[in-house]
Design a protein around this ligand. Structure first.
Ligand code: UDP
Length: 352
């Protein structure tokens, strides 16, 4: 079938920016989802968060419940009876619901792969039925082990073998991207793909392995800061508020549908340097403990050595100026973790 030219339905470019829209956010009670709901409400929109509270948490959106423009529906994104009317009513859909974190992917591989593929399939199918603008979140994991940094959206990807569970996450995300782009290609469904790079900020839990909240808690408690591998692997961390600001712009931009965008920050740091930074910001009491990957995860675990986004495509389309550099990000997370520890009587960390 030849490519279809021109959008078949109006995108947000045709709608006045002043207009109040009704957004559906799957995974709306998750770490990133809850910040996105907050940002959309602040922009004057109405938001329905759909979340089965598997990795999302009620506390993340508890503060939004009194907002008349907000509602939470606790249900899976694959339940047709729930999803269908929500998509029909929405002006636009953000699909953020996903299994999350390397730890969970290793520990629950069946759940991870099935829930991710079934979720993105269901959401795309319903958005295609009602021709609703959609943004799906993918991950920098799709670049795999490639060391060809910075990563551009059209670069080749380098995946490890299927016997290594870690790669199932990247592959499931890639299937979601393929399917989204297929809907765009075949029927001009206005769908945009955002590949997120290491998003951090308040409310992220260390429970699923995420390094920044784990280091912050360890440093605040004066416990060893656990650096996996040789610590020379690098990451670029983006503040969740900068990330969701970009997502909110992307779904509305007429130049976005049918395209893939890296979303993140390009300030690169080694994990060992990150550990030292967090230690000095949290009182310098912790030792830095090196832990082999085989002990931290599973034997034969493969990590990415470097992960840096090329943001030129994103910057060419939208106004994207991150408000938080790495120091500001760490200060914000440490402040949040300190308050959370006080609130829980400085008991056990969620990430323990
Ligand atoms: N990491 C670490 N100590 C921890 C948790 C993670 O050294 O307690 C490392 C992990 O091996 C990886 C990096 O920190 O190299 C980022 O891990 P995270 O799980 O936050 O995100 P990833 O980029 O791996 O998806």
């Amino acid at each position: 079938m030849p490519p279809i030219r021109g959008a078949l339905r109006p995108t947000f470019s045709d709608i006045s920016m002043e207009q109040k829209l009704n957004y559906l956010v799957t995974g709306g009670a998750g770490f990133i989802g809850s910040h996105l709901c907050e940002a959309l409400l602040q922009q004057g929109h109405e938001v329905v968060a759909l979340d089965d509270l598997s990795t999302g948490r009620y506390e993340n959106i508890a503060g939004l419940e009194s907002n008349p423009g907000f509602s939470l529906i606790v249900e899976s994104d694959t339940r047709v009876e729930t999803l269908d009317p929500l998509v029909r009513k929405a002006d636009g859909v953000f699909h953020l619901a996903s299994a999350v974190g390397v730890r969970l992917i290793i520990d629950k591989p069946v759940y991870t792969v099935r829930s991710m593929i079934r979720g993105v399939d269901a959401v795309l199918g319903h958005c295609a039925r009602y021709r609703k603008p959609l943004l799906i979140t993918s991950s920098s994991e799709v670049y795999g082990k490639s060391e060809n940094v910075p990563f551009s959206e059209d670069d080749d990807r380098l995946m490890g073998p299927t016997t290594m569970r870690r790669w199932s996450y990247a592959s499931a995300k890639a299937v979601g991207e393929f399917l989204a782009l297929a809907y765009w290609h075949e029927s001009r469904l206005p769908v945009v793909v955002a590949r997120l790079f290491n998003v951090v900020g308040p409310r992220q839990t260390g429970q699923y392995g995420m390094v920044v909240p784990r280091f912050a808690r360890q440093g605040l408690k004066g416990e060893p800061i656990t650096v996996f591998g040789d610590g020379k692997q690098t990451r670029c961390f983006a503040h969740v508020k900068d990330t969701v600001g970009a997502l909110a712009q992307l779904i509305e931009h007429p130049g976005a549908p049918g395209r893939v965008f890296n979303v993140g920050n390009d300030e690169e740091i080694t994990i060992l340097d990150l550990a030292e930074k967090v230690r000095s910001k949290t009182g310098n009491r912790s030792e830095i403990r090196m832990i082999p990957y085989s002990e931290a995860y599973v034997s034969g675990f493969e990590d990415m050595r470097r992960r840096v986004p090329d943001l030129s495509k994103l910057r060419a389309l939208i106004e994207f100026k991150p408000q938080y550099d790495l120091d500001a990000i760490l200060d914000d997370v440490i402040r949040h973790e300190r308050a959370a520890m006080k609130g829980s009587g400085c008991g056990k960390s969620e990430g323990d």
